[in-house]
Design a protein around this ligand. Structure first.
Ligand code: SAH
Length: 253
């Protein structure tokens, strides 16, 4: 079981890369970026087991059955999952199913999308001026209901919400009911670490309207808290570029 990271293929671990290179069969889903699938060896069978947005797709039991069959067939099987397989990846069910079938599984961690988004936006999740804790929460529980958001956001706290697009309205109502200010900052990060990454800054009260206006699509996550003030990728790029040019000129001159 290999974590593919948030999208940029260079964010795969060396261990994950080597496992892919040695694979006979790879099962992957929607969050795995095309650039990573290009790394697969030419002979490897590549099997899509995703659930496109709002469609039922293949069931979790079917995935487990297919994984067991491939492993029993003597193949080197990689189950490739976006981000870190152990964070909102439904790995629990698959690991239990494989264990029950007596199949040995190695787990290779990946960079979870919250870490990828933090790096690419420079939003320091635990900047000491703003937050001493960070929570990773899924908006959607197994029963489809909004997860309990009480006590997770506000002064001194960073909240990262996964799978939140469809539940933005309920999320912002829950946060405000919990005493979070309407104007409390949120960064929406869509396609983090990918060439089409987009960052939109909004507020708790403005979240759903911003998502509708800017047509935010999956995969996207929300970083909620005062740390959003540290978002400054453009400023960093322009501050570094002239200096780098200058030192290069000095070097060559
Ligand atoms: N195991 C994954 C999470 C799977 S749940 C991980 O560790 O990242 C799926 C959710 O992850 C998406 O709805 C979205 O909220 C988030 N996500 C995954 N990849 C993302 C990306 N490149 N950019 C932004 N959010 C992403």
């Amino acid at each position: 079981m290999v974590g593919a990271g948030p999208g940029d293929p260079e964010l795969l671990t060396v261990k994950g890369y080597l496992a892919l290179k040695a694979a006979d069969v790879v099962f992957f889903d929607d969050l795995v970026s095309p650039e990573i699938l290009e790394l697969l060896p030419a002979g490897a069978r590549c099997i899509y087991v995703g659930k496109p947005y709002q469609s039922a797709g293949i069931s979790q039991d079917d995935i487990i059955t297919q994984l067991i069959a491939a492993a029993r067939g003597g193949h080197r099987v990689v189950r490739l999952k976006g981000g870190d397989p152990m964070v909102f990846g439904r790995s629990g069910e698959e690991l239990e199913g494989l264990r029950a079938a007596g199949i040995a599984v190695d787990v290779v961690p990946g960079i979870t999308s919250a870490s990828g988004a933090a790096a690419s936006t420079r939003i320091t999740l635990t900047h000491r001026d703003y937050a001493a804790q960070v929570s990773f929460v899924t908006a959607a529980k197994k029963d489809g209901k909004l997860a309990d958001m009480r006590g997770l956001a506000g002064a001194g706290k960073t909240l990262v919400v996964y799978m939140g697009i469809a539940r933005a309205e309920a999320l912002s109502a829950a946060l405000q009911a919990d005493g979070v200010a309407a104007g409390w900052p949120i960064a929406i990060v869509e396609n983090a670490t990918r060439p089409n990454e987009r960052v939109i800054i909004t507020t708790v009260a403005g979240l759903a309207a911003t998502i509708a206006r800017d047509v935010v699509r999956s995969p996207a996550l929300f970083i909620i808290g005062e740390v959003v003030k540290t978002y400054a990728p453009a400023a960093i790029a322009t501050a570094v570029a002239p200096e780098a040019r200058h030192s290069q000129e000095a070097h060559h001159g």
